[in-house]
Design a binder for this molecule. Sequence first.
Ligand code: 3UK
Length: 546
Amino acid sequence: MIPDARESLPSPGLMPERVYTLPELRYPVTLNAGVELLDRNADGDRGGRPAIHAGERVIAYADLATDVNRLCHGLRSIGLDRGDRVLLRLPNVPEFVVAWLACQKLGIVTVGTMPLLRARELASIATDAGAHAAIVWGGLREELERAQQQAPDLKQLIVAGDAGPGDTTLASLQSGRPARFTAEATSRDEIAMIAYTSGSTGVPKGCVHFHRDILASADSYARHVLTPSPDDRFGGHPTLAFTFGTGGLLVFPLRFGASTVLSGPFTPESMLDTMARQRVTVSFCAPTSYRLMLRVPEMTRRYDLGSLRLGVSAAEPLPAATWREWHETTGVELLDGIGSTEMFHIFVSSVPGRVRPGATGFPVPGYDCRVLDEEGHECPPGQPGLIAIKGPTGCKYWRKPDRQAEYVRWGGWNVTGDVYVQDEDGYLTYQCRSDDMIVSGGYKIPGPEVEHVLDEHPAVAESAVVALPDPTRGFIVKAFVVLKEPRRSSPSLVTELQEHVKRELAPYKYPRAIEFVELLPRTETGKIQRYILRRADVVPYDPGRR
Ligand code: 3UK
């Protein structure tokens, strides 16, 4: 028997009361995200309107509902049911949206995984989530099959896209099934999805989101900051498996009867081409991607971005220079917004017409925000401190009672580990992270996780990983490595260590810079002094000296 997903959460008494200040955030007790996002449009007067654009394909709400409902019957026919966790491993294709919505209607908990993840990362997520089934894109199955060897409970694969003989496929589950399906009457406080974050230490943490959290993010951030209409087309590159993408490219467009534009892997040219051709009106990208697009020669002459009315920038800080260059080039305001996997989406954001380049902005309507010192006291304006937020979404960890206790210790305030300054006018400006998490091109890379994998290499005695400033990616991963045999240091060993990390972890985590050193600087108690490594004034190992 698969345990009820709700069992793992702390008792209601431990859950700090959540604030619902806006009337639109009060939801009925019975609430299903699939029904609210899909059926409300398909069964209303929007059935014929587009829900998804993907290359040449345009899928109307009514047709999407038929696809989803058939899959609901199919998933149930193979024994999947309310409360089960199902892993999703798909690129940004319509099948992702179909699978996600079908699970929601069935009360199945979706566990999205980023396409770049490797076997060991996938196995630890599948095991932690207790997922017995996965829906996988044919082109991405290999790594998941490797993961199955380490996660034997992950038994059932359902293949979408290219499949082989004998596979259970998405299409075969849908075939011949009825076009209508009555959704499970889920409760608003029932788990809809678990989103994994590697956290600053590299131990995966499952962030739980209820049916109402998903809608609350749309009804606070998207509704108030982006003021969407059914004519909007949401586009961008974040994977649908990352809550930045789940929100921006699935939940928000469907919540407002608008449409989503799905596209293939990011290159600056392909993103610009999609935005121009598909008439995207609201884009979701990381600052690094906006910078890379600005470097495309004759960008505005080659790509007509006339449809774009707003650009959302998140996942890493948006420097004032990038904001200004994008504004001068396109006339469009970028809206910086800080979000996190725990919070589902953006909780502090710039507001159209009131952007101060370089600042993130203001708390999103529905969220309360403070800047706190280490003891939890509020910092006066101008003094940096830890940002803490409280609102309709927030930290609920899957089977991590100690992490949950931390949240309760802060009185129900979500402390993300980011350092902020608030000025007299209320603008919040990002300073840095307070831990070992490296943010590079919007990707989150826990330093200790990279160190752990480097240390597994036979040539390595020990290593320390820090963030090195970089003009394009914000920061890059730099590893300081002590070799067992210092004489082996060579450019080819650098490449070998980089390849080793890329094989074991999502490739974006590899150290773009590696420096061989004799010793790592340590405190008297043996802790590595990362601030010294960040200053990069350590003495590199010189083989000529021995
Ligand atoms: C950093 C930012 C400065 C910050 C995310 C929008 O990035 C998202 O989620 P993750 O869990 O990472 C969270 C951490 O990323 N960060 C995000 N946005 C900004 N730092 N300025 C920003 N604008 O360290 C935060 O704690 O990967 C972003 C929506 C949903 C998301 N999950």
